[in-house]
Design a binder for this molecule. Structure first.
Ligand SMILES: Nc1ncnc2c1ncn2[C@@H]1O[C@H](COP(=O)(O)OP(=O)(O)OP(=O)(O)O)[C@@H](O)[C@H]1O
Ligand SMILES: [Mg+2]
Length: 454
């Protein structure tokens, strides 16, 4: 069987040489105490041999010392009377006596290392005696021998540790940290084995969980629901208002009725669009981890979308131009999803582009990355108003709009680019946005071409 100790040492912080010597001394003292009976027997035998057997004093003493070294130096499992003991009985017996041998001393460290949460073991002075790799990720400056108060200056953590000494149960405390990064941690502190201090065992164990990511996700979900209901409530409120007007004051006004019905129809369309976008987004999110199985030719999709959106572009007097790459440009993908990506991008280019402007869909083969590798690029460029740099990093967030008023006026829901992002993620592609105010914007997606794996 392999000895686990070297592994423990490599995971934990290195012990100082003084600590190591002290540990060896303690182990020797323990062994001598445990084998006191055997040593006494050896001493009696050599004393008798000295007095009655004619052995010289010096020889008797040397032989006794040699025998004592052999007895004290043997591992406990090999010592007489312990050979038959099953491994699970041993730790309990030693734990009960408050002692512990080297293996026991190391085995709790292995348990701390295996805990999936960030865990630190403390002695009765609240000094750190061991910690696992997860804890080091949370507190990179942690060192064995440090007091816990140096790990985190949070007064609540130190108060919780003090409480854990006398409490009959685990103490849980939430810690909000602002520097170096804002985060929320939950710490659970447990006392090990009653109030007495057990030699060879930690006094307290503290486990930390980073709840920052979980909080962010909960916040995002709440924001999403609030945004979705807000987006639906606005047209719904408008519809209800018109219905009431038509039932009341405008009941007998055919001209007002025709005008209101046209607005009601556009509001109903807006709600339908929003629900369709929400469904598309949730489908895209659900499938993000399932790689697509089909093969899509980007040249063909570009021609298809340009043709489909030509009438919409014509209504803004804009022109869509397609620049294809040579031959079919095949990627692994879901055609409907790639069509939706391109439609959303071209639709944005029409909506936020210049009236009478030019929209270009370009497919090309490029060398990208470092080291450079061949990829295919699908780009949609417009010569419109452009996007201010501060908006660029947030454009793909759900309901984020650079100009909310303009987007709503053009019937936008603010979900188009969020859908694009999720579909691109599913296709293992990379979305890049570049824009110059007053000159226009380019939305590019890099894909891997099928058959080109270098
Ligand atoms: N080509 C572009 N030029 C300028 N701004 C753009 C362009 N494309 C997107 N934007 C900005 O990004 C925001 C988010 O775009 P997105 O497509 O997600 O939503 P939307 O167009 O407002 O609504 P939807 O696409 O859901 O109908 C837009 O509101 C707009 O402010
Ligand atoms: Mg859009």
């Amino acid at each position: 069987m392999t000895d686990p100790r070297p592994l423990v040492r490599s995971l934990s912080a290195p012990r100082s040489s003084v600590e190591r010597v002290l540990a060896q001394f303690r182990a020797l003292r323990r062994r001598l105490r445990e084998r006191a009976r055997a040593l006494a027997l050896v001493a009696i035998v050599f004393t008798v041999l000295w007095f009655a057997g004619g052995l010289s004093g010096a020889l008797a003493l040397t032989s006794f010392l040699l025998m004592a070294m052999v007895v004290a130096g043997r591992e406990p499992a090999e010592s007489d009377g312990e050979k038959e003991r099953s491994p699970d009985v041993e730790p309990r017996r030693r734990g009960g006596s408050g002692g512990g041998n080297d293996r026991e001393g190391e085995s709790w460290r292995l348990i701390v290392d295996a805990v999936p949460d960030a865990t630190v073991a403390l002695d009765h002075n609240f000094n750190i005696i061991h910690f696992n790799a997860r804890l080091e990720e949370l507190f990179p400056n942690i060192r064995v021998g440090q007091p816990l108060s140096q790990l985190s200056r949070h007064p609540e953590l130190n108060a919780a540790v003090e409480r854990a000494v006398t409490a009959n149960q685990q103490v849980v405390v939430d810690l909000y940290e602002r520097v170096p990064v804002e985060r929320r941690l939950s710490a659970t502190i447990s006392r090990i084995g009653g109030r007495e201090i057990r030699r060879g065992l930690p006094f307290l164990i503290a486990c930390f969980r980073d709840l920052t990511e979980q909080d962010k996700l909960a916040q995002m979900r709440a924001d999403f629901i609030a945004n979705a209901s807000h987006e639906l409530r606005t047209p719904l409120a408008s519809l209800r208002g018109f219905v009431e007007t038509l039932q009341g004051p405008a009941r007998d006004d055919p001209e007002a009725r025709a005008r209101f019905l046209a607005i009601m129809s556009s509001q109903a369309n807006r709600m339908t669009r929003l629900i369709d976008d929400l469904l598309s987004l949730s489908r895209a999110e659900m499938r993000v981890h399932l790689p697509p199985r089909g093969i899509v030719d980007l040249n063909e999709v570009a021609s298809y979308v340009a043709q489909a959106l030509d009438p919409v572009a014509a209504s803004s007097k804009a022109k869509i131009a397609v620049t294809k790459a040579e031959g079919p440009v095949r990627i692994r993908g879901d055609r409907d999803e790639i069509v939706q990506v391109l439609q959303n991008l071209v639709h944005n280019a029409i909506k936020y582009g210049r009236e009478g402007g030019r929209i270009e869909i370009a497919i090309s083969r490029v060398l990208d990355g470092s080291p450079p590798r061949p990829r295919v690029l699908l780009a949609v460029a417009d010569d419109g108003q452009g996007i201010a740099p501060e908006h660029l990093p947030r454009l793909t967030e759900r309901f984020y709009r650079a100009n909310a008023q303009a987007s709503r006026e053009k019937g936008g829901t603010g979900l188009g680019l969020a859908i694009v992002k999720h579909i691109v993620l599913r296709h293992r592609g990379e979305l890049r946005i570049s824009s110059t105010l007053g000159k226009g914007s380019t939305f590019s997606i890099l894909f891997d071409e099928v058959g080109n794996r270098s």
